[in-house]
Design a protein around this ligand. Structure first.
Ligand code: SAH
Length: 246
């Protein structure tokens, strides 16, 4: 038996860290690409923070980001999970899903590579359409190669296409005033909130039912409050800042 089959462990170094407007799991889209206005960065760290590692990467419009589900890692994993796409009540094998509760908590997302910044030897990748929690540790980055990574005729079972039912999003007077106030710091805020809420971030069992709960979600340093209006629309009723000098 060779050494690697005796020791069933591998060890990786973290090569970067994500800065994301998503400060908590609630309301993060279930896949990248669903919220195109979600912008973030990856700051390369340690030995990987070397401009040589990204030489010629900027010619690719999209990259694969391999990361650790650090936010759920401590909860361990389960062989069977209930994907939200199946209404949250059917259990299927974890390896048949993109659940975060996997034997190894590794996530992979295709994101848009907007630009690469190198200042004082610090490499920062600007990315968008992300589904990554703030401070996500990155273990690898690879160029997205459509001729081999994209298989348009592939079968994807219960996840064949993007969820079709998106919600209508409106802003009440108070929320509109707040949007104007914060637009200086966050120019695309209205679009970002709209795209996030259109995905219906509520747990699957709430969908299609009358729901008068007031929800709160954190994006950047802002807390956004919203409520269902009927079954298919959401009204944003408040936007407040956790940081007073914004
Ligand atoms: N595109 C990835 C992730 C799919 S699951 C993949 O297919 O592997 C998407 C969910 O991952 C999001 O809803 C978000 O809640 C969760 N997520 C994103 N970053 C995370 C992190 N660092 N830790 C735990 N969960 C995370």
């Amino acid at each position: 038996m060779n050494k690697s089959s005796v020791n069933n462990k591998v060890e990786f170094n973290i090569i970067g860290q994500v800065n994301s407007p998503y400060k908590e799991k609630f309301a993060i889209p279930r896949q990248p690409g669903l919220v195109s206005s979600a912008k973030g960065t990856i700051t390369l760290i340690g030995d990987a923070n070397n401009p040589e590692l990204v030489r010629e990467l900027a010619q690719f419009s999209h990259i694969w980001v391999l990361f650790v589900f650090h936010g759920t890692q401590e909860q361990g994993w389960k062989p069977l999970v209930r994907p939200p796409r199946l209404g949250g009540n059917k259990k299927i094998g974890v390896l048949a899903t993109r659940s975060t509760f996997r034997p190894n908590p590794i996530g992979m997302s295709v994101v848009k590579l907007d630009s690469i910044d190198i200042k004082d030897q610090q490499v920062i990748l600007h990315i968008s359409a992300i589904d990554l929690l703030d401070k996500t540790p990155i273990v690898d980055i690879k160029p997205y190669v459509p001729y081999s990574d994209s298989i348009p005729q592939a079968n994807a079972g219960f996840a064949q296409s993007q969820p079709s039912s998106t919600l209508q999003v409106t802003f009440n007077k108070q929320a509109q005033i707040a949007l104007t106030k914060y637009s200086h710091n966050f120019p695309d805020l209205a679009l970002f909130i709209e795209q996030v809420l259109a995905q219906d971030p509520r747990p699957a069992y709430k969908q299609g039912k009358i729901d008068d709960k007031i929800y709160g979600m954190n994006l950047y340093d802002l807390n956004i409050q919203w409520q269902m209006q009927g079954l298919a629309s959401i009204e944003v009723i408040g936007i407040t800042s956790a940081v007073s000098n914004l």
